[in-house]
Design a protein around this ligand. Sequence first.
Ligand SMILES: [Zn+2]
Ligand SMILES: [Zn+2]
Length: 220
Amino acid sequence: MQINADLHVHTTYSKDSLITPKDLVFYAKKRGLNAVAVTDHNELEGAYKIAKETDFLIIPGMEVSSSEGHIVALNVHELIPKGYSARETVERIHKAGGVAIACHPYVYFKGCLREKVCETFDAIEVFNARAFPYRRSVKKAEEAAKRFGLSRVAGTDAHYGPQIGYGYTAIEAEASTVEAIAKAIVQGHCQPFGGPVPVVVNIQQQFLRLKRMAKKFSHT
Ligand SMILES: [Zn+2]
Ligand SMILES: [Zn+2]
């Protein structure tokens, strides 16, 4: 069966995201997705908590800040510590039974892996819907996918509900379960889809973030 999933979404368990668990499910359904991966920064507990509280298919994961760039770990059952090299981080993800994805490896302004992308990864995020510069980063990621024989996936890196689903992966899985999805990604039974989040949606996000910060500030 085909499962369409945004494989890179941050919730309020990441301090920089505006997406509440309720928003997550609401927008994922609205965009016609069948599943969504929760990939908060160096945090795993929230993903499992959200998965328990909804019937919608949640792929628990996290985004690990390795010392050489960000790495998305899907289907891990224990927290992967930050600060290790990319290779060591991937090894730890595999030991924890997870899938290691080189996320936004060639963008500006984010922790990106660049020349640290290597064959030990399972997949590479060829489309990151919030990547800048978008086209160039896609082209470079496609080249790396070919060079290292990595599965190709997409995600939004959403930090605001309406951004969810602009990047998504169509996964040909044997069943509608997290395990089957993880297996299909590792085997390359997946295709990235989508395009960049419209500028206006990103501006709305920044506006709401500033508003929230101002509110916090006025309370202290
Ligand atoms: Zn990142
Ligand atoms: Zn991210």
